[in-house]
Design a protein around this ligand. Structure first.
Ligand code: PMP
Length: 371
């Protein structure tokens, strides 16, 4: 049997594992930070209508620049993030993973490096590797906030071409302040002053669940700052695969150098436009999820667990001598949570009230057994 190692795969991919959150068939799945609410019927109907229209033209390539969709995304951002954003500031792709890939293909690549402050979203490092970009793991404080002094030092020492800041951070849940982002932005530009500076990507995949505001207004006057977003979480449309970014129009021009022609299918564009028509309903679910997230934090603390403050639709809880063993014990009770490999901690996504009750019952039971 041929094995992967028998193939002439690139050296940097040898012995590595692909991204792989378990997709197990269990009653309660709270492991991938999905939105637990199915799309409402009226939106499902509108998607069918829009896709039917698009289907008539599937003999033709789609709008390569996705102008109508980017216009609507710009309108959504302007409405919700307190900053005027136009079509020229917005770019869209198949999930924010593809946005990140395009950014790394444009601003990273062989001979260049990217830094992230870990634990954070593991795909930043994996996509860096896939694009031939060197990966640097930057530090955090023990409480998972970014250690600004150590991070600034790491930037000065390594002079990365791309800096990732995830806020709210995944898997820890905590948000990053504008002051921290600005300090790291300045450090990154200073470290690369001899060239055209460094790109700072603020990954706001979960920002709609935050107690605070989006950092989008920071793009004003900062052409190297990029905010990336997704419809996978707040819009409840992980299956759609639609991510986007907001930045200076020059960044939007630059990523077009690497995007595949017609990368966003006509079906994707039609579906995303239908979802954007139902923004208010979908943001209503976000409010329910925020309340459930806060309930998880309160109840977990009341049960005696440690919990990291969360601005996302998930909660990091611990601490455990053997987090993986606890992950398994929770799974044995029919609830799938996530072991992100952060020693001592697990992560649970906020589900429906019934799903969260099932999770809380399971962890209360475990606590009782231990005492
Ligand atoms: N950024 C962060 C921080 C994430 O957690 C995720 C998904 N888990 C993504 C980006 C990618 O999401 P998508 O490709 O579905 O937009």
């Amino acid at each position: 049997m041929t094995n992967i190692d028998d193939l002439p795969v690139r050296d940097e991919l040898r012995g590595k594992s692909p991204y792989g959150a378990p997709q197990l068939d269990v009653p309660v799945r709270l492991n991938t930070n999905e939105n637990p609410y199915p799309l409402p019927d009226a939106l499902v109907e509108r998607i069918a209508e829009r896709v039917r229209e698009a289907a008539r033209d599937l003999n033709r390539y789609p709008d390569r620049d996705a102008v109508e969709l980017r216009t609507e995304l710009a309108r959504y951002l302007t409405r919700t993030a307190g900053h005027r954003v136009a079509l020229g500031n917005v770019w869209a792709a198949n999930g924010s993973n593809e946005v990140i890939q395009q950014l790394l293909q444009t601003f990273g690549g062989p001979g260049r490096t990217a830094i992230g402050f870990e634990p954070s979203y593991s795909m930043h490092g994996l996509i860096a590797r896939g694009t031939g970009t060197g990966w640097i793991s930057g530090p955090r404080h023990d409480d998972f906030t970014i250690d600004v002094a150590a991070a600034t030092e790491a930037i000065a020492a390594n002079r990365p071409d791309v800096v990732f800041i995830t806020t709210p951070n995944n898997p820890t849940g905590n948000a990053v302040s504008a002051e921290t982002v600005l300090a790291l932005y300045e450090a990154a530009q200073a470290a690369k002053a001899a060239t055209a500076g460094a790109i700072v990507v603020v990954d706001e995949a979960y920002v709609e669940f935050s107690h605070g505001d989006s950092l989008l207004p920071l793009i004003e006057g900062r052409p190297n700052l990029v905010v990336s977003r997704t419809m996978s979480k707040a819009f409840g449309a992980a299956g759609l695969r639609l991510g986007y970014l907001a930045a200076d129009p020059a960044v939007v021009d630059a990523v077009q150098l690497v995007r595949l022609p017609y990368h966003l299918s006509a079906v994707t564009q039609a579906t995303a436009l239908a979802a954007l028509e139902h923004t208010d309903t979908l943001l209503g679910y976000v409010e329910q999820l925020k309340a459930e997230r806060d309930r998880l934090v309160t109840e977990l603390r009341a049960t005696g667990y440690e919990v990291t403050d969360s601005d996302a639709n998930f909660v990091q809880f611990g601490r455990f001598a053997d987090a993986h063993a606890v992950w398994r014990q929770i799974l044995d009770r029919g609830v799938l949570v996530r072991d992100n490999g952060v020693p001592g901690w697990l992560r649970v996504s906020a589900g429906t009230p019934a799903e969260n009750d099932a999770f809380l019952d399971a962890v209360r039971e475990l606590k009782k057994e231990q005492s």
